[in-house]
Design a binder for this molecule. Structure first.
Ligand code: GLN
Length: 385
């Protein structure tokens, strides 16, 4: 049978692979980024209420108006970012759909998209399925800094868009205000669009601060920012995300969205809007909540063979196994496998996030876990090596 092979080389994601292996071996799973603790029971009640109230048919294509209004109010209150909920906010099936629909809508065959490695695994396939291709620029250890000269040199007449991710998965860093200013100047100079993946926006540890692309006057007119209620409400299974972009970009994105997912789960949208009304401070608690979990892991591993890399945010933390004798000389993929089998802890290697992986000895651990889970993982890691 003749068929297209649109994503050659793409296999099952490292998140799914490690989750399956963890389940098979009974390892403590700090791999795939998802909480193992319950969500707020109020949200569950509100989903049930929404369904009982009959909100079970298609939602409006761009999303429930009251939810989009909540989003606009929140952006205004927290960052002073003014967005029009009618024409600039679209509810999507997680941030992943927002990224996919944005690429389908905004880039064309022959275009180049600049991404920074380690890059979240859905960017490159989304760009390729749109017929464009990614120019991968590495962020290198030890500090993973943005090299603006190198970025400028990578821009060609075919460059259409740059994807940034702040707070960054898997590096756990945030873009500084100076980086955002550099990005804005570059995008203006070359008339580029920016896709800003900000799904971990609420999980930033002081003194670091989140700098949204939407808050920068030069980036706002050329940026699509994507967000995730799955992350901010501790419920990745909701699959409700959203995308904020200027009117013209939103109009294009919605053309794709309406034929991709059309609209997003109605009862969830009602429940989230009601929830944000009842818990206006829901997001303010996220940074301290995760900072404490990060500390628990960092303090637990202090003095062990695993060096915890300082984190500025996200669901994750990086550890360096370079000084761990039983893992000496192993690639990060091998080290992750060895830790799973011998220490009983699942982690995520960084190599799958790079086009050309540098030599490094880092593994990503998910901190969105019960304290007991984290303590168990710490004990196993500390006793290993
Ligand atoms: N965002 C999650 C992570 O980084 C993975 C989601 C997925 O498995 N596709 O772990």
């Amino acid at each position: 049978m003749r068929r297209a092979d649109k994503l050659p080389g793409v296999g099952t994601t490292i998140f799914t692979v490690m989750a399956q292996r963890a389940a098979q071996t009974g390892a403590v799973n700090l791999g795939q980024g998802l909480p193992d603790y319950p969500l707020d029971p109020l949200l569950i009640e509100l989903v049930a209420e929404a369904m009982k109230a009959g909100h079970n048919q298609y939602a409006p294509m761009p999303g429930l108006p009251q939810l989009r209004e909540c989003i606009a109010r929140e952006l205004s209150a927290r960052h002073g970012i003014e967005v029009d909920p009618q024409d600039e906010v679209t509810i999507t099936l997680g941030a992943t759909e927002a990224i996919y629909s944005a690429m389908q809508a905004l880039v064309a065959p022959g275009d180049e998209v600049i991404v920074f490695d380690p890059a979240y695994d859905s960017y490159d396939p989304a760009v390729r399925l749109a017929g464009a291709h990614c120019v991968h620029l590495p962020l290198l250890p030890p500090d993973f800094a943005m090299d603006w000269q190198r970025i400028e040199a990578a821009v060609t007449p075919r460059t259409r868009l740059i994807i940034v991710n702040t707070p960054h998965n898997p590096l756990c860093t945030v873009l500084s205000e100076a980086d955002v200013a550099q990005l804005a100047a570059l995008a203006e100079r070359h008339d580029l669009m920016v896709l800003s993946d900000e799904v971990y926006e609420h999980i930033v540890y002081a003194p670091a601060r989140h700098h949204s692309a939407l808050a920068h006057p030069a980036l706002r007119p050329r940026s699509v920012a994507v967000f995730s209620f799955g992350k901010s409400l501790h419920a990745t299974g909701l699959r409700v995300g959203y995308c904020v972009a200027p009117r013209e970009l939103t109009a294009e994105l919605r053309k794709v969205h309406q034929f991709n997912t059309f609209s997003i789960a109605t009862p969830f949208q009602h429940a989230i809007a009601a929830y944000l009304g009842r818990r206006p401070d829901a997001f303010a608690g996220l940074a301290p909540f995760f900072a404490r979990k990060q500390q628990l892991l960092a303090q637990g591993l202090a003095g062990s063979a695993f060096r915890v890399i300082p984190a500025q945010g996200t669901y994750f933390t990086l550890v360096d196994y370079g000084a761990c004798a039983p893992l000496a000389g192993l690639s990060d993929g091998q080290a992750a496998q060895r830790l799973l089998e011998q220490a009983g802890v699942a982690s995520i290697p960084l190599t799958p996030f790079y086009q050309k992986p540098p030599l490094q000895t880092l593994l990503r651990l998910c901190i969105a876990k019960e304290d007991t889970t984290l303590r168990q993982a710490v004990e196993r890691l500390a006793n290993y090596g």
